[in-house]
Design a protein around this ligand. Structure first.
Ligand SMILES: [Fe+2]
Ligand SMILES: [Fe+2]
Length: 240
């Protein structure tokens, strides 16, 4: 069984999420509205597109109005529905890490712009800062910081199993068990490096692609994961 819904944060951030009970995992796509357009972060998979389109329309967003699309890495849940977005808006521009952007242009003939690491750029009227997160868990991985909302769209970092509705006073334990259970991270070293880059930003909200948003104590979640990485590395070194 799966269930989908749209939720709105700060009047401008729309999260479409689908929870798949069989794998106990949710998948989210984000749409940010500004005065001059709609920006999308993560498309979801192709198979889920009809539902995404219908649900968003009920919430007042026509997918055809999306002018800028950010692909955090080349994977089906992050960019699978790109052909459907393109079919509705031929002038859509995609934004990605250079490795990913070249693939999107070549395979889908999408108009692409290459992100530069930690270099602000305005997309559909919204200033965003891409933060490259190499090898977490793909080589072209990145996360997006949106200063207007002090919000981090963290793709596969800070993910956890369960529905987006699960409220935990301290989500850290569940995030760590989700990392260990899924085995999706090839390197604690690279996760640590990405978290240290992320930590520099003034972050109040974290919107992972999988699992609930972190709307309180975001700094504690970042610090807690950094501590986990450090301890894990010490343990791995000791075990040799
Ligand atoms: Fe991924
Ligand atoms: Fe993912």
């Amino acid at each position: 069984m799966s269930a989908s819904k749209v939720e709105i944060f700060a009047d401008h951030i729309y999260r479409h999420s689908t929870y798949i009970e069989k794998i106990n995992l949710s998948f989210s796509q984000f749409f940010i509205r500004s005065d001059s357009g709609t920006l999308c972060i993560e498309t979801g998979s192709r198979g889920d597109f009809p539902l995404l389109k219908a649900n968003l329309l009920s919430a007042g967003i026509d997918v055809a109005s999306v002018g800028g699309l950010i692909v955090p890495h080349f994977e089906d849940d992050e960019m699978g529905a790109l052909p459907e977005f393109l079919a509705l808006n031929k002038s859509l521009t995609t934004y990605a890490h250079p490795i990913c952007a070249h693939a999107l242009a070549d395979i889908f003939s999408a108009r692409t712009k290459l992100f530069k690491d930690e270099t602000p750029i305005t997309i559909s009227g919204e200033v965003v800062i891409p933060i490259f997160a190499k090898h977490v868990h793909q080589w072209d991985a990145l996360v997006i910081y949106v200063p207007r909302f002090k919000a981090l769209f963290s793709s596969d970092i800070f993910m956890r199993f369960g529905s987006v509705d699960e409220r935990l006073a301290n989500p850290l334990e569940k995030m760590i068990s989700s990392i260990e259970e899924s085995g999706y991270l090839p390197s604690i070293e690279y996760l640590h490096a990405a978290l240290m880059k992320i930590k520099k930003y003034d972050i109040e909200w974290i919107f992972p692609m999988h699992g609930p948003a972190i709307l309180e104590n975001a700094a504690a979640a970042i610090d807690g994961l950094i501590e986990y990485c450090v301890n894990k590395r010490v343990k791995e070194t000791a075990e040799g």
